[in-house]
Write a protein that binds this ligand. Structure first.
Ligand SMILES: *Cc1c(COP(=O)(O)O)cnc(C)c1O
Ligand code: SF4
Length: 346
């Protein structure tokens, strides 16, 4: 079993998160932008949203000051364009809520793997998030509910458990130890053996401190039991790859964690072949392999980030002429009712 040294628990990331920017004006002031003037110049008045702004200072420090068009800022700042309605942009684009939740905290829509959503909430609120309207309040937060979710997982003969959310790295190290030990125990007694645990998380991009020394030790211990850990980071722009993040990725790779990246193709953020190429190169330098380039899920409030299939395919075709095959992520889209992503080829 894996153990945790309670005396060495490092919760500094939680304190950082508690201090995150929640007020757009304060963030703009921090970036030396005058909210009134700049929003008028950009023609994009700020919006009060039911999906509030949330930006840790670490992420704000990766933004260029005095630039209202900074690609990191545009991902997190609520603009009135979110009010633009389009019939095909809906509250729940993937229909997860009604059709794929067999028990609380589980989304079962893929073959041979399922998603375990331990809790709602993220360290950053991305304006294009496809789960921005997900009913997180319905997630069970007690250990009993997590036990039931795991019971379901082990009845399903899966081999991979995917931790999703919200952001699964919102779980504390103590909760991770509990979860990992649950898997180790059940693997001994059940016919189902989970041999891969995958974490889909953007949290270390905005708060690399989350990858604590104890978390790395836990990953190492898990590997010693033959369970492979995979972290799919969600990096959309090369500017998001900080020095501290690179250090953390190195530490994780050293203990056998495979780090992959999935980006969302976003108009005005990364919809140029130069940015995509630089992103792939910087990811690789940091020890991260480009995995998916995801077409935007049509969630209400995100029309201004949307590129249609023709534009996306054109860009993808250009990217393929620019760099090595292993630096080209798979272009993919999620389609309701399909048990896998739909891949596009140019
Ligand atoms: C696509 C996706 C998955 C499943 O990924 P595969 O690699 O296709 O199995 C899991 N979680 C999220 C958030 C995804 O976008
Ligand atoms: S981190 Fe991921 S789940 Fe959280 S708001 Fe951003 S896109 Fe959504």
């Amino acid at each position: 079993m894996i153990s945790l040294d309670l005396e060495k628990i490092d919760n500094s990331w939680k304190r950082e998160l508690a201090k995150a920017f929640k007020n757009p004006s304060e963030l703009l002031e921090y970036l030396e932008l005058d909210p009134q003037v700049k929003s008028e110049i950009a023609g994009k008045p700020l919006l009060k949203s039911s999906f509030p702004m949330l930006v840790p200072q670490f992420f704000a420090d990766l933004m260029k000051p005095r630039d209202i068009n900074d690609p990191l800022l545009l991902q997190v700042l609520p603009f009135s364009e979110e009010l633009t309605e389009r019939q095909d942009f809906v509250l729940q684009p993937l229909d997860e809520q009604d059709n794929f939740i067999p028990v609380a905290n589980i989304v079962h829509k893929y073959q041979d793997r399922l998603l375990f959503l331990p809790k709602g909430g993220c360290a950053v609120n991305c304006r294009y998030c496809f789960r921005r309207n997900f009913p997180y309040e319905q997630l069970g937060a007690s250990k009993q509910e997590w036990v039931e979710a795991l019971n379901y997982a082990y009845q399903q003969h899966i081999s991979e458990l995917i931790l999703s959310g919200g952001d699964p790295l919102m779980m504390t190290d103590k909760e991770f130890v509990w979860l990992f030990n649950q898997v180790l125990e059940r693997n001994q007694t059940c016919t189902t053996k989970i041999d891969r645990i995958r974490i889909h998380s953007r949290l270390p991009i905005v708060l690399p401190q989350r990858i604590t020394a104890q978390f790395i030790e836990m990953c190492q211990a898990l590997a010693s039991y033959g369970i492979k850990l995979i972290w799919v980071s969600h990096i959309n722009h090369p500017q998001e790859i900080s020095t501290l993040l690179q250090e953390k990725v190195q530490n994780l790779t050293k203990v056998g964690v495979l780090v992959l990246n999935q980006s969302v193709l976003l108009k005005g953020i990364n919809d140029s072949v130069e940015v995509l190429e630089e992103l792939s190169r910087k990811l690789f330098q940091a020890g991260i392999l480009p995995y998916y380039l995801h077409l935007l899920d049509k969630v209400k409030g995100s029309t201004h980030f949307y590129l249609d299939d023709v534009q996306a395919l054109e860009l993808y075709a250009q990217l393929q002429t620019k760099t090595s095959g292993y630096l080209i992520p798979k272009l993919a889209r999620e389609e309701v009712g399909k048990k896998h992503k739909t891949l596009y080829t140019a």
